[in-house]
Design a protein around this ligand. Structure first.
Ligand code: ADP
Ligand code: MG
Length: 247
């Protein structure tokens, strides 16, 4: 049976690029350099789904909830109209915040060998609790890089794999925000790239010596014959929209 499709509500993207939407349950990487509107786009997808009756959860580790809300308000999105259907889990104080939660629930008494495992257990526990309580179907994690820093993965390969498995078992569609790794010193694909079911790549592309254009490319989307051509990404009047990029 074909999976249900989750709409991104980005004009021109769902039908033309994704052939309907993101297959439900997929783990998607939203990758790009700083300022390419990764957070804006992830929030936008969850926001429009919340408006359409599909609840979400936005986990922010890089930016405080206040700063995120201020930013999306500047984009013209009315977060207050979806505060019930789209709560924000603010872990922007990172490790400190999670340590407090560990202390509160006493997660160290569980079968957790280390402090980092306790942190991860608490984070997962909190997300599971919200999943039970709110039954959210979309999860944004902003960002994967920040989470990695907080958790101090010892074995990146194994722990990344474990986390992706856990996300899939959660049964929600996940958007993981991920910073562009610098090109130099990069020899192989990162674990998360081959573990992800889909990758959306955001870029600021120079079009002349001085002018830049926002671009989005669906690099990968498992079980979808997606259109991988570059699209220009526009944001106007509170709406993301894509148009064919002219080469
Ligand atoms: N009203 C707006 N319309 C279009 N772009 C905006 C608007 N407000 C801010 N931006 C852009 O959003 C960018 C920041 O978006 P953000 O989602 O935080 O990026 P990232 O998460 O990739 O670092 C800013 O660099 C700015 O160019
Ligand atoms: Mg961001």
């Amino acid at each position: 049976m074909a999976r249900a499709l989750v709409k991104t509500h980005i004009r021109g993207f769902d039908d033309d690029v994704l052939r309907g939407g993101i297959p439900q349950g997929h783990v998607i990487l939203i990758r790009g350099a700083s300022g390419t509107m990764k957070s804006s786009l992830a929030y936008y997808v969850l926001y429009h789904n919340a408006l359409a009756g599909v609840p979400g959860l936005y986990v922010t580790l890089e930016q405080s909830a206040g700063s995120l809300l201020e930013h999306v308000a500047s984009l013209g999105l009315k977060a207050t109209s979806v505060s019930e259907a789209l709560p924000i889990l603010d872990l922007s104080r990172g490790r400190e915040h999670l340590e407090e939660m560990v202390a509160k629930v006493g997660a160290m008494t569980e079968a957790t060998a280390s402090r980092d495992q306790a942190l991860l257990a608490v984070l997962k526990g909190k997300i599971l609790e919200l999943r039970k309580k709110r039954n959210f179907e979309l999860l944004a994690l902003d960002s994967w890089d920040a989470l990695e820093l907080v958790l101090e993965f010892r074995d990146r390969r194994v722990e990344t794999f474990g986390f992706f498995e856990w996300l899939r078992d959660l049964g929600v569609t996940s958007l993981l925000i991920s910073e562009e790794p610098p090109l130099e010193g990069r020899t192989t694909a990162l674990e998360e790239e081959f573990l992800a079911d889909g990758i959306l790549h955001l870029r600021l592309e120079p079009v002349t010596d001085v002018a830049y254009q926002r671009r989005v490319q669906c690099v990968k989307m498992r079980s979808v014959n997606q259109d991988s051509d570059d699209r220009t990404l526009l944001f106007e009047n509170g709406r993301f929209e894509v148009a064919r990029a002219i080469g």
